[in-house]
Design a protein around this ligand. Structure first.
Ligand code: ASP
Ligand code: MG
Length: 465
């Protein structure tokens, strides 16, 4: 069997869902299990509705709910003529949603538990519509409630599966359906605690659902259908001549997604890699395109790197350890280093990059994960035994490829491309397959263009398209 996951843009309207049904129809013989995201933008609209309601803005809340309902009903009407269960679901779900949002207005806040319940409606709605659309086109589907299978802990907003329980339930529910040649359709992103409270796996979590299901079912393939033709040599919005990377390894994909490539949810790689199940990235708007195959081994490639990712804004925290405190207390550098790291753990800040050289330390952190108070508190704590400072509006550029490990001439080419750019740090060696460069956020476009020209002017047609 295979798992096919369709992202928000792949199911954003009737025409897109129509295309999705054709893509599935062409692959019924592979015995697919379908995982869907909410229709494009629905999750963020639901979040806005929840926030508006808690803030007492009933007008905005009701406006969003009315828009969402009209949109889902009208797209469904274009797709589904004879089978009506999706329309019942739409009525039922919007009635429930309204009640929950009213509850938030009374509470005056958005508790994580309540938010998960609200956000889940995006996927509940899209999956009901896709399932009916398949049935109407002669593909026998079965709508499955992911909350009955994907049992998680109770970290609302970012729950983790309880694999022992979840895997058994996934197999017990899906295997018989697939054996009967039915196409299960279930929601990505959502799950439930053992007690049945709805949870979510974190934003963009549908890829993770697909990987969890694929691993539990020992799938032959996990297909992620999106609106781009796979993993690219760099973000095509920044650099138009970016190419598709036809094949890469799990390790390369993990490095790229960790450092900002939007190809796949970082968590989705591990379940697939553990079971050695290939992950394919395809474009639902261009189903005939080759896409990207991610598997255990990197293909031999004439290009040293496969792709260039970027992440911005990031903040650099620099701290030079002082061995004597203001109170004339003597510090050992190793104790200070330990204290810096413990302080970060206590403040729940995970640095993306760490460099320690003698008494000088630098930590690069995702600015979006670092709010103002946390940054100030962190700096205050650390400044007690270091001279600490922060530099904002930086970016990390990451070059990834198994070829980095073998090719000694890479650094020279990278530094050449960085000429005339102010560079904050270059890190290579902690991972043999990647190199990170920290620069000013506004230099990203120029540096990516120069690196792309340096590394992909000539490219291996076996691996790139
Ligand atoms: N609908 C969810 C989101 O927008 C999950 C997903 O699309 O993967 O974050
Ligand atoms: Mg999405």
């Amino acid at each position: 069997m295979i798992v096919m996951k369709f992202g928000g843009t792949s199911v954003e309207d009737a025409a897109s869902i129509e295309r999705v049904t054709e893509i599935i129809k062409a692959r019924v013989a592979l015995r697919p299990c379908i995982v869907v995201s909410a229709m494009g933008k629905t999750t963020s609209r639901l979040l806005q509705a929840a926030q508006a309601s808690a803030a007492g803005d009933a007008r905005t809340t009701l406006g969003i709910v009315a828009d969402l309902k009209a949109r889902h009903a009208s797209e469904a009407r274009q797709l589904i003529k004879s089978n009506w269960s999706a329309f019942d679901f739409i009525e039922q779900y919007f009635a429930e949603l309204k009640k929950l949002l009213e509850g938030l207005a009374i509470l005056g806040e958005v508790p994580p538990r309540g938010l998960d319940k609200i956000l889940a409606y995006g996927e509940l709605l899209s999956s009901a519509i896709v399932s009916d659309a398949l049935d109407e086109r002669g593909i026998a589907s079965q709508l499955v409630d992911a909350r009955k299978l994907l049992i998680t802990d109770d970290r609302f907003g970012g729950a983790s599966p309880l694999f022992d329980i979840a895997n058994a339930k996934i197999v017990a529910t899906l295997a018989p359906l697939i054996a009967e040649n039915r196409v299960p359709v279930l929601q990505g992103f959502i799950g439930a605690t053992r007690e049945g409270a709805t949870t979510t796996l974190g934003f963009e979590g549908s890829d993770y659902t697909a990987a969890i299901i694929g691993a539990a079912m020992d799938a032959d393939d996990i297909q992620i259908w999106k609106d781009v033709s796979g993993l690219m040599t760099t973000d095509p919005r920044l650099y138009k001549a970016a190419r598709t990377v036809k094949a890469c390894s799990f390790a390369e994909a993990a490095a790229l997604t960790y450092f900002g490539a939007k190809v796949l949810h970082p968590k989705a790689i591990y379940p697939a890699a553990r079971k050695n199940i290939p992950v394919h990235i395809y474009n639902s708007k261009l189903p005939q395109a080759t896409g990207t195959a991610i598997s255990a081994t990197a293909p031999l490639c004439k290009n040293a790197i496969k792709s260039i990712a970027f992440l911005r804004p990031v903040t650099i925290l620099k701290a030079t350890i002082e061995t004597i405190s203001e109170e004339e207390q003597i510090f050992l550098p190793e104790d200070s280093l330990k204290t810096i790291i413990n302080t970060m753990i206590k403040r729940r800040v995970t640095p993306l990059l760490t460099a320690v050289s003698g008494l000088n330390t630098a930590f690069v952190m995702d600015a979006k994960a670092l709010d103002e108070t946390t940054e100030r508190d962190l700096l205050n704590d650390i400044a007690k035994f270091t001279s600490a400072s922060v530099e904002r509006d930086r970016a990390i550029i990451t070059l990834v490829g198994a070829g980095l490990a073998q090719n000694a001439r890479i650094s020279g080419r990278v530094f050449n491309a960085l000429e005339a750019v102010e560079v904050n740090a270059v890190l290579h060696g902690s991972s043999p397959i990647m190199m990170n460069v920290v620069i000013a956020a506004q230099d990203v476009e120029a540096v990516i263009a120069r690196l792309h020209e340096a590394f992909f002017a000539d490219f291996d047609r076996e691996v790139f398209e």
